[in-house]
Design a protein around this ligand. Sequence first.
Ligand code: ADP
Ligand code: ZN
Length: 217
Amino acid sequence: MNNLVFLGAPGAGKGTLAAILKEKLHVPHISTGDLFRDNIKKHTSLGDEAEAYIHEGKLVPDEVTEAMLRDRLERQDCTEGFILDGFPRNLSQAAYLDQLLAEQSKALTAVVLVDVPEKVLLDRLTGRRVCPECQATYHVLFAPPAKEGLCDRCGARIIQREDDQEKTIRHRLEVYRENTFPLIRYYEEKGLLVKADNSEGEADDHAEELFRKLMKR
Ligand code: ADP
Ligand code: ZN
């Protein structure tokens, strides 16, 4: 069973590694950030509630996030496993997740820490571009699309996320240090932590190494 959480600072590349691993493990990739952005785009009440927090780089309140996650994890495609990307982001969300899984007679099998030096994070985030249609990610310098400004996969015009402006990025990194960083210790003490490097080189190679580590457990 692969019930996985991906942990790491904004810009570490959790989403990139998760998207590759999901294919190898045949489990859904659940990104709370993507779920929120999808709701914002569709103007649902959840989206309206979350929008201001996200644009300021703050955490969306736990009750809102937790209810959204519960709905998603209860769906049929999660019975054989899942990759959570962006949840939990603080200790009380971690406790909520433990309880939610226990209710379903499940538990986490591993928590992947995607580790990248801090100076790399800012460079990555400021140059990041995303496809609003299929969620593919690019970087203006490190991973540009073949045709400038257009998604390789679906042809849509790629954009900069509003929360990828420098001021918001700084705030998100602070939120990470204060709220999310303590989760490393929390999961380490439970014996769940697996480290994945994603600093230099190809994401595919890092994903392959991570896959092997997970298979050995
Ligand atoms: P990144 O990891 O690059 O910061 P995400 O797409 O994971 O980007 O998240 C974007 C934003 O969505 C966060 O800054 C936050 O406002 C909101 N968000 C995502 N997950 C959570 C969560 N578990 N709890 C609260 N807010 C969240
Ligand atoms: Zn696309």
